[in-house]
Write a protein that binds this ligand. Structure first.
Ligand SMILES: *Cc1c(COP(=O)(O)O)cnc(C)c1O
Length: 435
């Protein structure tokens, strides 16, 4: 497939060449390298509302939104103002701050699923700490995860299912000791039989089951609520802690995340992305009892030099306050549904072999009409189509995350007009994909 670039990206291309001298692959996070789409990655210099501008002065309607954090769009005025006010007084003290309290209060008072929270600096750190906490509380060591869920680059979770009947994991990255991978049991999503079997055989060694309740890192693999309820029940029965990794879904599908959306009480919840209002923040929360195991109250050690950094707390606080305004999530979902339906109707009318999945303000295009609830149901070959779609959208000024396994995010800054424009461009691009 030849890709004709009508997009002028000379400056981005030059910067990428330079970046390769300093950073492995020219990037500081692998997917940014545009390996599975065409052309060099765009170097973005500015974002305003739902639009980003690259170093060659091309502007795009952005559906990546920094991979999820920017639910209010770029450069939100209230976030910017509180960050500037805070920064003027210094950037870090390594002490408790009033702003940390404010964000802690805002979250715990508006979330029925956690009593206490601990701030860290990334989603990965949140998950890593939650796993340690689960092990500390239960005195057990094994972890169950599901294929198609991403939990950051934690050693024991960069693991896929082993071959054959063995459910013990094998690592998906070099540099992970085999013993770490073996401490993880990997199961397919939506499979109660294998879940039962794993619990019956290994419950005495299993500290926790971790799941993205709305898996959104490998396509959007929406689960039946009954599967999540089954997890909840089995965890109780077998003395295993249930961790909801809500780094994407937290504050995205509602202020109380997927726990609130499905009405299911997990034992520990991890957050990231939106919680920091665009600054590096992660967190984990649980009941008073479970959180009492964390140092300095309890024996599970976890610390961070820049944890609850005041500037990051300011960004999170200014952002999350806006999410609590009445009708915020309803409005966002309505806009997203309207956009998604416009694309669906076009695809259906033309008989395109595709579907658009949606949950709240998250959407995902799959090049298949089959129901997809497991990672194994995604056709890797269909990613060629995504590559064309991504390319054609870039030419037209619409930016999707540079991989067909990534979901799209709609922000409050996307107006109905922006979304109508984007839907029109999406239709044109799909016509070329299926030409
Ligand atoms: C993004 C993500 C992580 C990792 O968060 P980082 O801040 O990138 O470390 C973990 N879990 C889920 C569900 C995520 O979406």
């Amino acid at each position: 497939m030849e890709f004709v670039d009508t997009l002028h990206r000379t400056r981005s291309a030059q910067l990428f060449e330079e970046a390769k001298k300093y950073f492995p692959g020219g990037v500081n996070s692998p997917v940014r390298a545009f390996k599975s789409v065409s052309g060099p990655p765009l170097f973005i210099k500015e974002g305003q509302g739902c639009r980003i501008t690259d170093e060659d002065d091309n502007t795009y309607i952005d559906f990546c939104c920094s991979w999820g954090p920017l639910i209010l769009g770029h450069n939100n005025a209230k976030v910017r103002e509180l960050v500037l006010e805070t920064v003027a007084k210094g950037t870090s003290f390594g002490t408790p701050t009033r702003l940390g309290n404010q964000l802690g209060r805002l979250i715990t008072e508006n979330n029925r699923y956690i009593d206490k929270i601990r701030f860290v600096s990334s989603g990965t750190e949140a998950v890593m700490s939650a796993i340690r906490l689960a092990r500390g509380v239960t005195g057990k060591s094994k972890v169950v995860k599901f294929e198609g869920c991403y939990h950051g680059h934690v050693d024991s979770l960069l693991v896929k299912a082993g071959s054959g009947l063995a459910t013990f994991g094998v690592s998906t990255s070099a540099g992970i000791p085999e013993d770490f991978a073996k401490a993880t049991i990997v199961l397919p999503l939506d499979d109660r039989e294998l879940l039962d079997q794993a619990l019956q055989e290994h419950a005495d060694d299993i500290a926790c089951i971790i799941i993205e309740p709305a898996p959104a890192n490998n396509g959007l693999l929406l689960q039946d609520k009954s599967f999540l309820e089954c997890l909840r029940k089995k965890c109780h029965k077998y003395g295993v802690l249930l961790i909801f990794d809500e780094v994407i879904s937290g504050f995205r599908v509602g202020f109380e995340g997927a726990a609130g959306y499905y009405g299911i009480q997990p034992d520990i919840i991890t957050y990231g992305k939106i919680i920091g209002g665009g600054m590096p923040v992660g967190a984990y929360g649980a009941s008073h009892e479970i959180m009492s195991h964390i140092a300095p109250d309890g024996p599970v050690y976890q610390a961070g030099t820049l944890s609850a950094n005041p500037v990051a707390m300011a960004a999170g606080y200014a952002a999350l306050q806006q999410l609590l305004e009445p009708g915020f999530y309803e409005g966002l979902e309505r806009k997203t549904r309207h956009f998604v339906n416009a694309v669906r109707e076009h695809a259906d009318a033309k008989g395109f072999e595709m579907q658009v999945q949606q949950l709240a303000s998250i959407f995902w295009i799959a090049f298949s009409r089959d129901k997809i609830v497991r990672a194994s149901q995604i056709d890797a070959g269909s990613m060629d189509k995504f590559k064309v779609l991504h390319h054609e959208l870039l030419q037209r000024g619409v930016y999707l995350g540079p991989s067909g396994y990534e979901v799209g995010f709609v922000s409050a800054a996307h107006t109905e007009e922006d979304l109508e424009e984007a839907a029109g461009k999406m239709k044109q691009a799909l016509d070329i994909v299926f030409k």
